[in-house]
Ligand binder design. Structure first.
Ligand SMILES: Cc1cc2nc3c(=O)[nH]c(=O)nc-3n(C[C@H](O)[C@H](O)[C@H](O)COP(=O)(O)O)c2cc1C
Length: 373
């Protein structure tokens, strides 16, 4: 962080959504496509995750993890949590992160129409048979335009909900402190939220109340499958991985419907993802509206994670002091500085993020090199 001081509010302990955290710094979810072909987490990945806990982060949110053996897997090398074997492979990760003093939440993700590597199916599926904008992500081994997805049938949708719920129950068994449902960045639940990709005429399409229905049903099913004493969060964003300029309507009423639906369904926290450019520009609704995170907190009363460029100490301080959010999730700067909280405490400058860090991926070597450096 630039301009660091010992009294930075991000270093204060907080009881966030039932998670007692030693500070307000979380690792943002980051796909690393480093699992085995069977979607099993490796020892190197456990070391990679533990490095963030050793570096002082209060909370680790895992990379997006697939939730069923139908259409959810987005990338080859993505870890899953769809079987006892996959859940067991996560156990060393949760144990090692806990041993180093942090809490850990599993991000549950269904890629929907933005799938570019799924070993279970050779077709993609989404709310409607509409080709996604943009091109597949080369970082994760994709190229060229996205295929046109098949429209999910009502039984397929039931399967999606059951996949999230069963995966959340497995995550609890594997030692996670909670799950975060990925409804951001253009993936399946966000495809349902977005009028361009959801032209359904059944109960899951139409106005915002219908388009948010699937997210609400997923949250409710996850809540029921995991019971009390387990944290359930939901991540939303304006931008999408295949459309960085996408913005929600300026009128805050739509956003309020979305946040309220997640809260009523049983969410314990909301997470608003940004782009990583200027946080206040990214996070503000319309030209002069409230920030999405303060709106989310205001209409639901739930604690909120803010994200996007928050490794800048002065911006991070403002976000917390002005109560735009209660927790900060750090992405690329955490990759470059798994010990970012320690550096903030000691007043040490951050190592700039170098995209070369994405190769090698989530390896022990990489974690060691960065922690040593
Ligand atoms: C390599 C990489 C992988 C990512 N994978 C995910 C993911 O699996 N799930 C998710 O919600 N966001 C994902 N993101 C987005 C980040 O969580 C975060 O929103 C973004 O990096 C902006 O935050 P930053 O400015 O702190 O980096 C990813 C970002 C990067 C750089």
């Amino acid at each position: 962080m630039s301009a660091v001081t010992a009294a930075h509010p991000a270093l204060a302990a907080v009881d966030f959504a039932g998670l007692g955290l030693r500070n307000r710094l979380a690792v943002a979810p980051m796909t690393r496509v480093s699992a085995t072909a069977d979607g099993l987490v490796t020892d190197d990945m456990a070391a990679y995750y533990q490095a963030f806990a050793l570096g002082g982060f209060g909370l680790v949110v895992t990379e997006g993890t697939y939730t069923d053996t139908a259409f959810s897997q987005g990338y080859f090398g993505q870890p899953g949590i769809v079987s006892a074997a996959q859940a067991a492979a996560w156990q060393p990760v949760t144990a090692q992160v806990h041993a180093a003093g942090a809490r850990i939440v599993s991000q549950l993700m269904h890629a929907g129409a933005l799938t570019q590597g799924n070993r279970f199916r050779d077709r993609t599926a989404g709310p409607s048979a509409i080709q996604p904008l943009g091109e597949q992500l080369s970082n994760y081994g994709g190229s060229g335009p996205w295929p046109v997805p098949v429209e999910l049938s009502p039984p397929d949708i039931t399967g999606v909900i059951e996949g999230f719920a069963a995966s959340a129950a497995r995550a609890r068994e594997a030692g996670f402190d909670g799950v975060e449902i990925h409804a951001a960045n253009g993936y399946l639940l966000d495809q349902f939220l977005t009028p361009r990709t959801n032209t359904r005429t059944d109960r899951y399409g139409g106005g915002i109340e219908q388009r948010v229905r699937l997210t609400g049903e997923v949250v409710a099913a996850v809540r029921e499958a995991t019971g009390t004493g387990f944290t359930v969060g939901v991540r939303f964003s304006q931008a999408k991985v295949n459309d960085h300029t996408h913005r929600w309507p300026d009128d805050p009423r739509e956003a309020a419907v979305v946040f309220t639906a997640a809260a009523h369904a049983g969410a314990d926290y909301l997470h608003i993802a940004g782009n990583g450019r200027d946080w206040f520009t990214d996070a503000t609704l319309g030209a002069k509206g409230p920030t999405l995170s303060s709106l989310a907190h205001g209409v639901t009363g739930l604690p909120v994670i803010a994200n996007g460029g928050l490794h800048h100490a002065d911006t991070a301080r403002r976000v917390l002091d002005e109560r735009h959010a209660q927790l900060l999730a750090i992405g690329t700067a955490a990759l470059a500085n798994p010990d970012l909280p320690r550096r903030l405490t000691e007043g040490t400058a951050l190592t700039p993020f170098d995209p070369a860090l994405l190769q090698p991926r989530a390896t022990l070597e990489n974690a060691r090199r960065v922690l040593a450096g």
